[in-house]
Design a protein around this ligand. Structure first.
Ligand code: SAM
Length: 256
């Protein structure tokens, strides 16, 4: 595992070994749904664009399959979904597994209220909670799997390291799926196409921001190493791909 440098808060999104160009390709700006001052219409359009893309690309189905594979050996698996947004992933998990129970959570009170009122309302195997992924109100090993889909890039490096420390504490296995950070030249070309349209198409504004905030595999390994250091444990991590996205599997090394 990559050893964390002293101050993780200063880590570039491309990692400490990022090139100069990669270090320039990041931003402190936020996507519309994360901005309290955002016009509600822009916010809604950005979210709808993302939902349409996810439906077209079967994004949540891929993540759900990954979680189901991880719990295949467990008779009555318990899953914690962090940053669940509209709860589509949890809805699929419940539909595809007859005994799985899920705690569906988000840090956003509005999202939690919508989850409470929405399609999961009648699901007796779902529990909705307001939870901050970086400071989890849950017991050690309470869940078989914790999953965080497309939320990692929303967190600062310090927050992301805290999330890995907390998620690996409360769950035996942690699955994080997020946007993969393109190699810098490709990233630059992509931004050149997207940037002119970002002011007029809210979804593309958020595509641009989220791409600039995405973490490289090297950065993710350093985040996990910082999480291990913070929690005084060993954390095993694999960083791979899930379709076009990055897939991280992490678990604390446990004494048998
Ligand atoms: C891009 S959305 C992804 C939603 C959902 N996971 C999906 O795949 O459609 C990111 C979500 O992460 C949530 N989030 C951001 N920071 C968080 C934190 N510290 N703890 C929990 N959730 C967080 C946001 O409120 C938002 O719902």
């Amino acid at each position: 595992m990559t050893a964390p440098r002293t101050d993780i808060s200063r880590m570039p999104r491309g990692g400490f070994d990022a090139s100069l160009l990669d270090r320039l390709l990041q931003t402190g700006l936020s996507e519309y749904p994360d901005r309290d001052d955002a016009d509600p219409q822009l916010r809604r359009q950005a979210i709808e664009g993302q939902e349409w893309t996810d439906r077209m690309l079967h994004t949540h189905q891929r993540v759900a399959q990954c979680v189901l594979d991880a719990v295949a050996e467990r008779p009555d698996p318990t899953v914690l979904e962090l940053g669940a947004g509209r709860g589509e992933l949890s809805r699929l998990l419940l539909a595809d597994h007859p005994t799985l129970t899920v705690t569906v959570s988000d840090i956003d009170p509005q999202a939690v209220a919508a989850l409470t009122e929405g399609p999961l309302r009648a699901a007796h195997r779902a529990r909705v909670r307001l939870l901050d992924a970086t400071d989890l109100d849950a017991g050690d090993d309470e869940f078989d799997v914790a999953v965080f889909a497309f939320g990692l890039h929303h967190l600062s490096p310090t927050g992301a390291a805290q999330m890995f420390a907390e998620a690996t504490r409360v769950a035996r296995e942690v699955i994080v799926v997020d946007l993969s950070r393109p190699p810098s030249p490709l990233h630059l070309v992509r931004l050149a196409f997207v940037a002119p349209l970002a002011p007029v198409i809210p979804f593309l504004h958020d595509v641009m921001i989220s791409s600039l905030r995405s973490y490289s595999p090297s950065a993710i390994r350093t985040l996990v190493a910082a999480a291990a250091e913070r929690s005084g444990t060993e954390i095993d991590v694999e960083v791979g791909r899930l379709g076009p996205d990055v897939l991280v599997r992490a678990r604390r090394s446990r004494v048998a």
